[in-house]
Design a protein around this ligand. Sequence first.
Ligand code: KMH
Ligand code: ZN
Length: 310
Amino acid sequence: MQRAEKVIISTAVTGSVNVPSQSDYLPLSAEQVVQASLEAAAAGSAIIHLHARHPDGRPAFEASIFEEIIPAILSDVDVVINMSTGGSSQMTIEERLAGAVRFSPELASLNMGSMNFVYSGIADRVTTWKHDWEKPYVLGTYSHPFINSFDKIEYVLRELGQKGGTRFEFECYDIGHLYSLAYFVEQGLVKPPFMIQGVFGILGGIGADHANLTHMVAIADKLFGDDYQFSAFAAGRDQMQFATHSAWLGGHVRVGLEDSLWIGKGKLAESNAQQVQKIRGVVEDLGREIATPDDARRMLGLKGLAGVTL
Ligand code: KMH
Ligand code: ZN
């Protein structure tokens, strides 16, 4: 791992996992996503990880929704946009790429494998549903895996990476995903410096045990040496501990309401910025500096804002 002096804070502002009935603070409309992104950037987040939703919160992929989000963010603040290519497990690969093909962002997420990605447990915790779509949607994850077969991963690397110069946040939900990434490095489709995002605590992926994070970094060091920057997060209540662990090891951090709706035990986060402020305090207490968007661009070898198709 390249142990960087400065810590890049990524914020995943809304995602496609959590549903409106879980929290009134989850950004849904394009306007809310823009507002949440601007606040997170102002609090010190160098990267904003974006998904789109319809106004009732249903996950969306249409480029037209990203049109309402991305130019509005970038006209107000300098920040690195990281578009999801994971979308949701119910979207086709073409749907998942629609927004990123339109905008050719500096950064895009890329999930390094097919997997069970189960969050049907949300249905056990919600007592009052705001919308009819929510319950079948979360229950459906019990029987529908997320598919990123190697041909799909290669397609994303070629369509966005080779054609558009987008670089990737390689989301690794298991140690095996590191070996899959090593395959694409060997094929010459992934070039350093690249960013590995360790994801812990998704049901179907590696659990939120700290020994897993240590082991992931040890194997990534063996496979990639100094060719990669590392970041990590855990879904749900372990979010801040895993971000802290990553920063302590010399890595970067990701927070945001996509990954956890909480700011403390039993306390909903009232904004994404609140989580950014919290991890920022921890990182600074560890004696590390917060990276600006330009620092992040330099560390990750990004093409810069001029390369984004606005
Ligand atoms: N929701 C996260 C666990 C993606 O957008 O590609 C994973 C994620 C996937 O961020
Ligand atoms: Zn995402």
